[in-house]
Design a protein around this ligand. Structure first.
Ligand SMILES: NC(=O)c1ccc[n+]([C@@H]2O[C@H](COP(=O)([O-])OP(=O)(O)OC[C@H]3O[C@@H](n4cnc5c(N)ncnc54)[C@H](OP(=O)(O)O)[C@@H]3O)[C@@H](O)[C@H]2O)c1
Length: 313
């Protein structure tokens, strides 16, 4: 499917909380490309055109949302560091449950729809990949908070809510924080990169996730939808594919078990997301990993493009 299609028929007015982040940056770009009006915010990392907003300042944040008179509010924000959430459950709950709930209520006051981003970490990783119909059982504080938010937002918003669960998001990113950049930095500096060989998921290309979300809102979808790539693989295989794509030496990718790595928060092992709803609503939109890696490389060379990972020459 070509992503460079014509503008949408109905013009939306969108507000993106967390426009400085990985998915937020792509949402702003896709919204503009499809002819919508969009305003975005940052918390700590400013980019041109973004407004400072701290969702923890609940009155000011709600005021800003109302002031935008949006038809849709995207919340690709929160406390996204899984191990950090395990150490600070209060902050995890505030940023991932209470703050979006406050902003969602402000959105509802002006009749706007609300889009929340959740995760496959709502599952226990016993028997993934998971469809929307699977029963959640989070292992971590992060997963618990995301599931609580899904439920609280659904109770508060009803049909105004769209929840997208995604996983292992990668791709060009202005802050250069995602796994692809961590890998490129480590390998190009000659460092080894230990990766869990027993964690399996469905890597999801950020530009495609954003494209899917904008189109689902254009289609008027609500409820819960899984938005993830079609390839199921372990973290070592994913790292190797990224390394090959960027011409980096994959020999320094070291396979470890999750138990050996000692990560701060428990991870679902046999995880990943099946996407039956998305496949029915937007067939073929999420491209295979190989196509996404070609797109990733090509986009890094765009003028005024995204942070360039450390590519071996
Ligand atoms: N990345 C993944 O693999 C993945 C997987 C599943 C689900 N998700 C979910 O998808 C969403 C987007 O993920 P992402 O990878 O794009 O996240 P990200 O790159 O870490 O971006 C997070 C955004 O939230 C903003 N933010 C942080 N604290 C804030 C606050 N107090 N008030 C307002 N904004 C605040 C950040 O602003 P500054 O950077 O300016 O501080 C940034 O724009 C998150 O909800 C995440 O949980 C992500």
């Amino acid at each position: 499917m070509s992503h460079r299609s014509t503008a949408a028929a109905v013009r939306m007015r969108a507000a993106v909380i967390g426009g400085s982040g990985q998915l937020g940056g792509w949402l702003l770009r896709v919204l503009a490309e499809r002819g919508h009006d969009a305003a975005g915010t940052f918390a700590t990392t400013a980019f041109p055109g973004l407004t400072p907003l701290d969702a923890a300042d609940s009155a000011a944040a709600a005021d800003w949302v109302r002031s935008q008179n949006p038809s849709v509010v995207f919340y690709p924000a929160g406390f996204t560091w899984v191990d950090g959430c395990e150490r600070d459950p209060g902050k995890a709950r505030a940023a991932n449950v209470e703050q979006p709930l406050n902003l969602a209520r402000a959105a509802a006051e002006v009749g706007a729809r609300f889009v929340y981003f959740s995760t496959d970490y709502v599952f226990d990783g016993q028997d993934g990949p998971y469809a929307e119909s699977a029963a959640p059982r989070p292992l971590s504080v992060y997963g618990q908070a995301k599931l609580e938010a899904e439920q609280a937002l659904a109770d508060a918003l009803g049909d105004l809510l769209l929840v997208a669960r995604t996983t292992w998001v990668y791709g060009p990113e202005r802050q250069g924080k995602n796994f692809a950049y961590q890998l490129a930095k480590a390998l190009s500096e000659g460092r080894s990169l230990p990766c869990p060989s027993d964690q399996v998921s469905t890597p999801s290309y950020g530009p495609d996730v954003a494209q899917a979300m904008v189109r689902l809102i254009e289609q008027g979808r609500s409820g819960l939808v899984h938005v993830a790539g079609p390839d199921l693989m372990d973290r070592v295989a994913f790292a190797q594919a990224l390394a090959h794509s960027f011409g980096l030496n994959a020999a320094r990718i070291e396979a470890r078990t999750t138990a050996e790595l000692g990560q701060g928060a428990p991870r679902p092992l046999k995880s990943g997301l099946l996407t039956p709803r998305l496949d029915a609503w937007l067939p073929g939109l999420m491209r295979p990993l190989a196509d996404c890696l070609l797109d990733f490389r090509a986009r890094l060379d765009e003028p005024g493009g995204w942070v360039r990972p450390l590519v071996a020459t």
